[in-house]
Design a protein around this ligand. Sequence first.
Ligand code: PHE
Length: 454
Amino acid sequence: MAKITKLQHSEWSSRFAFILAATGSAVGLGNIWKFPYIAGENGGGAFVLVYLLCVAIIGIPIMIAETMLGRRGRQSPINTMSTLADEAKAHKNWHYVGWMGIIAGFLILSYYSVIAGWVLSYIFKAFMGSFSGGNVETIGALFTELMASPLQQIVWHTVFLGATLLIVARGVQGGLEKSVRFLMPTLFVLLILLVGYAMTTGYYQQGFDFLFKPDFNQINSDVILVAMGHAFFTLGLGMGAIMVYGSYLPKNISIAKTTLIVAGADTIIALLAGLAIFPLVFANGLETVAGPGLIFQTLPLAFGNMMGGWLFGLLFFILLFFAALSSSISLIEPAIAFLIENKNINRTKACIITGLMIWVLGVIVALSFNVWSDVSLFGKGIFDLVDYLTVNLMLPIGGLCIAIFAGWIMKAKDSEHELEMEKPQFYQLWKVLISYVAPFALIIVLLKGIGVIG
Ligand code: PHE
């Protein structure tokens, strides 16, 4: 008999509340900061196409699976996986999927918090009017100056991480529901307005073509690995975040429909960010391969030169901060839920312990942009290495385990019952995707990406 640990947490108040929280987890720096710069680095259209394919045939089925496992297990990812493994009479070792997720969440949050710190410093710059009348040189100098300062980055990283922990210490639901409800629509409107501004630059078409006209010569196994990793990162999959959120989900809610809404919103926000940014890149003669600084070097140019740009820029970076916050909460929640359940630690203490560890790692990442910028391992700097290991390897491997568990280990009658799809064909489609298509694609891309097969 499976040992079911007592449910430690309450449930979402409604389906809408879950959609908000899951969207809050999905939409974040991944959409607005990361998507444009990695699309730029990996050749644009072809990358975007692979990313969209990965979302559709790997990301969405795994998101459904991960949410379903969470709801059925109703605990932290580690305990959920061992409960469900018991139930399916499978090996206990499945709980290591939960462990890997917690470690990935930790590592991702350590750099996520540093980048969110950059966003905070840009709120401050926007408020001070630093973008006003800016050109490529002055706006570029603002970013260079921030990169060169370990102190500034560490201070803002500390503020961001502190804000995350304060919210998590008070329990995830209440505040999150309220803030995301306001945040997402406003962010959406601002992005539309920014795309509108991009249309006035005369370079809109060029930006559009860069994103949507694939040049297939640009595709190689590395590009595919990055695109697939990003599909996991941007949807918040493979590390237990959506599993924990699923564990707060009431039984009578349709997981598949909810997932489609969240994945759709996430994708649209990323594409809008791309459409706002690339016309600016071309209009100002900037490089598409600018790297992690891309949005910080482009968007302030728009804010500095448009009507009402002061307010607009301020609002934009504030919203981006909240979007990052609602994601960072979900990055740390699996670890917190585990400490509370298994180590008998209260929420506040759990937050302090995990917070301190992540803070130290974050300081190392912040230093990798300046003092330690020439430290490299396996040909990558510290930030790139952490990003590569977590996003391109750990999340897809976590996703692969989730797919295999949901498709092969869990009894079909259980998953069918749990998902309760409207039509049997929908369930069949999901089952084929999760059992065959997603694992096969994941294995090939992972093996090719790390060079095990040619
Ligand atoms: N999806 C978030 C973003 O795009 C990041 C994230 C990754 C959140 C993994 C949870 C889990 O910014």
